[in-house]
Design a protein around this ligand. Sequence first.
Ligand code: GLC
Ligand code: CA
Length: 539
Amino acid sequence: MTPWWKEAVIYQVYPKSFQDSNGDGIGDLKGITSRLAYLEKLGIDAIWLSPVYQSPQIDNGYDISDYEAIDPQYGTMEDMDELIKEAKKHHIKIVMDLVVNHTSDQHRWFIEARKNKDNSYHDYYVWSDPVNGHEPNDMKSAFSGSAWKFDEKTGQYYLHLFADQQPDLNWKNPELRQKIYDMMNYWIDKGIGGFRMDVIELIGKEPEKGIRENGPMLHPYLQEMNKKTFGGKNLMTVGETWNATPKIAEEYSDPDRHELSMVFQFENQTLDQQPGKEKWDLRPLDLGKLKNVLVKWQTEIDFEHAWNSLFWENHDIPRVISRWGNDKEYRVQSAKMFAIILHLMHGTPYIYNGEEIGMTNCPVKDISEVEDIESINMYNERLAKGYDKEDLLHSINVKGRDNARTPIQWNANKNSGFTTGKPWLHVNPNYKDINVEAALADPDSIFYTYQKLIKLRHKNPIVVDGDFELVKNTNDSVLAYYRKLDGQKWLIVANLSADTQSFDSEEKISENIISNYQDHDDLHNLELKPYEAFAVKVK
Ligand code: GLC
Ligand code: CA
C-alpha cells in the first residue's frame, strides 16, 4: 500500500504570521483553525506547523522551554486539540515541528543542568571544561560567534550551535533520549499526522572532534526513535538536512532502514552565494546550475527504495519569485512556472504559506525594522569588522529570513486582514494588490494553478510514481522533462528565464494539462515566452 504522504501535498504554516484572532498582532492557533476552509479549498493534505510550544521566542519558537505546553501567545492546549480535531474534518492532518537538537535555556532541564556539575540533568546538555582558559575549540554558531558559551556557576562551557539561548542537547545520554521519545508519544497520542524534524542531522554531533552534521550515531538514534515512537504508525516524518547528498537522503528514507519518510535537502541554497563563504555573500544565480541540482535530485534518488521532498520556500529562505524569478512584471507567470515544474516532479511537494498567492520579499531600510536573530547577529558582527552598512542591509533584503515571515496577506483591509492590532512584523506594502481575497476572485490567479496542481497529483498516479526523464539538448534556461508510467507519457516544459527561449520536439500532443500562458497545438519550433511553463500528455 502506498503511504498517504507519497500522494500528499503539505502546507507549512508559520503560526506567528498566519492569522491573528485576538488583536494582539501575533498569529495564533484559533486564527489557523479559522482558515481551515481556505486550506481545504486549496486542497492540501497536511499542515506542517512551525513550533507553537512554550518558548521565550528568541528564535520564534525554535527555542522551546516546555514541549508539552502551548505558548500563551498562540493559545492553549485546548486550542491545539481543537485545531487537530477541526483540521480532521477538513481532511487535513497536523504535522508538528520537532525541535530536539536543542532546547531553550529556560527549559527546566537546562535550568537544573547549569546548577552544578553533579545535577542529574547536567549530562542532558553538551559541556566542556575550558582549555587553557578558553573555548575548547573554534566551532561557530549558525547565528554568528562561538558555539561555546561560558557558564559561571559550573565553570564550564556549554555548546549552542544556534543562539546562546538554545543549548544543544546531549543525545549520548539514553535517559534524555527516552524523555524525548515519551514527549513524541504524547503528541502522537493526540492524533497528529507526524513530525518535521528541525536540524535533525546535528543530533549525532561529536563536538570534541569538530563533527556537527552526519555524526556516526545519527542513524542509530533515528532508528531507535522510529522504533520507540512513530514506527509502524502511518505517520509522516521529514528531516531538515542541510548537508544531505542523494545517497545520505536514501539512508534516511529507505523503508527497510526504519528511519524517516523523507528529508528536506538544500543543495540549491548555495547556488547564489560565493563558494566557501556565507549565505550573505551574494553572487548571481546561474540557471544552468539550478537546473542541474533539480535534475540531480530527481535522477540520483532511487525512488523505489527512498523518497524525497520538493519545495521552493520555507520560513528560513526568501520568497522564490523575488530570489530566482521576477516579482514585478512577471510575478504571476514566474510564480506559476515554479509551481508547475516543482509539483509535477517526483516526491512530496511542500507549499509555504503565502507562496500560493505569490507573496514577495519585503525589503527594509534600516536594521531597526529587522526581527530575525540570524540577520541581526550577522549585521552586528560584520559591522564591527568594518563591513559597509548598506551592503549588509542589501544582503539582508536579499537573503534575510524576515522576507518570508511577513504576515499573510488575506485582503486589502488594514494590516492585510492579518490583525486588527499592530502586527509583530511589518506587512508587505504590496498587500492591496497581492492578497488571498483577490486571488480567490481571479480564476486566472496563482492560487488556482496550485489548486489544479494538487488535484493533478491526487488524481494521476503518474505524478506520484512516474519515472523522471530529462529532455536533453535544451539550453540552460529551459527545463524539460518527462514523467512516464505504464505507457503513459507527460512532458513538462519550462522557460526559467525572463527572455524568450526556443524549444523544439518531435512529440505529438494528445492533451494539454496545465500552462501559464496559452495551450499549444504542437511542439515544433516553439518560442517560449518569459517564464512560460506547460505540461502536456504526449502520444
Ligand atoms: C532550523 C529552523 C530555523 C531555526 C533553526 C534552529 O533551521 O528551520 O528556523 O532557527 O533550525 O532551531
Ligand atoms: Ca493573537
